[in-house]
Design a protein around this ligand. Structure first.
Ligand code: NPG
Length: 372
């Protein structure tokens, strides 16, 4: 594939409601998009790094900087920058998986558009639609949380994930279970907010028969998760800890989790995400697709990934209107609790030029092969 230009474009999109997790509140998203343009196609990538390094060490200004200074020069040296060569070409740069993933995604989109193949077909999708879950942030009060969950269930979401932290865990979970009944598919996400000393407290969540508890302990604490797993009945799912297929294999071998959340940005791209899927499938461990408050671009790729066979739990792949008043692509719409996997070549969606122009805060174009 030939690429002539790379554009690094920053957009700002306000969320329909602020989203609070144990690490902070997001009121809007400052998103880095990567566009590659060649003679035969263009392709889009979305970098999921947040404005601040609070979910992981990456942050959006840092991602743009590492792309500009260190990643693009390595890709410029390739005679064929096909997506499958991106991971190996960037492997000597430590870390920065979200920045790497955005580049790989843009090149894969362009490549698949030329080949006339969908993201889903390329990754190995076996479904035309995927069940949608919704992630519900920490709220000011339990009644407010119950209203929010009620509204999402009314819209048809098939499972609910509650964000938890010390001081906001047993009480909201109990309230949601009591109000919406045993039939509700319910799970929680702690984003590393607890320590092993909280094991007895976390065991108080067991009676609520949840699908899983996600990432209770620090990301580098596989041993702690393995110990905690023996003390809880609720299955442990890992997110932040799973940074690669090898990390997934190690977590499973150590008994640190029984379920895995897959986010392409966290593992360095959709190709590594597929390898995480395959490692888990080989061990009979179910996976689901996480979310990072993506626009329709990242959502298109996530929905395609979530259509692989071992994605056996609903993901954080919600409809566009859960996040944005105006998405930059055609919106993803909930239909009987599912989102349709796009059917057009590549991502199957592209930004609407007006929506893009309206949300753009900066843009930088680099000619392929030059560093400025
Ligand atoms: O629906 O995209 C979504 C959000 C899902 O809860 C969600 N994401 O830790 O998984 C997470 C959390 C998150 C959101 C992480 C924003 C980082 C940023």
């Amino acid at each position: 594939m030939k690429v002539e230009e790379v554009e690094l474009r920053r957009i700002r999109l306000p969320l329909v409601t602020p989203f609070t997790t144990s690490f902070g509140t997001e009121a809007d998203r400052d998103i880095l998009l990567v566009k590659v343009t060649g003679p035969d196609a263009e392709g889009w990538g979305e970098c999921v790094a947040l404005a601040e390094p609070v979910y992981s060490s990456e942050y959006v200004d840092g991602a743009a900087d590492v792309i500009r200074r260190h990643l693009l020069p390595r890709l410029f040296a390739l005679s064929d920058p096909a997506a499958r060569f991106v991971g190996p070409a960037l492997a000597d740069v430590k870390g920065h998986p979200m920045a790497k993933a955005a580049l790989e995604m843009a090149l894969l989109d362009a490549e698949l558009r030329i080949a006339g193949m969908t993201f889903g077909a390329y990754l190995g999708a076996v479904r035309g639609r995927v069940p949608a879950g919704v992630s519900v942030g920490i709220m000011a009060s339990v009644p407010q949380l119950l209203d929010a969950v009620d509204a999402y269930l009314e819209q048809g979401y098939l499972r609910v994930k509650l964000k938890i932290q010390p001081g906001w865990d047993v009480e909201p979970v109990q309230a949601v279970r009591e109000r919406f009944g045993d039939g509700l598919a319910l799970q929680v996400d702690a984003n590393t907010a607890y320590t092993l000393a909280d094991a007895r407290h976390l065991a108080r969540l067991d009676p609520f028969d949840m699908l899983l508890i996600e990432q209770p302990l620090a990301e580098d604490d596989l041993a702690g998760h393995a110990t905690l797993a023996k003390q809880l009945r609720t299955p442990i799912c890992l997110d932040e800890s799973i940074t690669s297929a090898r990390a997934a294999a190690e977590a499973l071998a150590r008994g640190a989790c029984a379920v895995v959340n897959i986010k392409a940005g966290r593992v360095g791209g959709y190709l590594e995400a597929r390898r995480v899927h395959d490692v888990c499938a080989a061990s009979g461990v179910p996976v689901w697709c996480g979310g990072m408050l993506e626009t329709g671009l990242g959502r298109a790729a996530n929905v395609a990934l979530a259509a692989l066979p071992n994605f056996s739990l609903p993901g954080d792949t919600s409809a566009s209107d859960r996040y944005w008043r105006h998405d930059i692509t055609v919106p993803f719409i909930l239909n009987e609790g599912h989102l349709a996997v796009p059917t057009g070549p590549g991502l199957g969606v592209a930004p609407d030029p007006d929506a893009l122009a309206e949300s753009t805060t900066s843009s930088e174009r680099l000619r392929w092969g030059t560093s400025g």
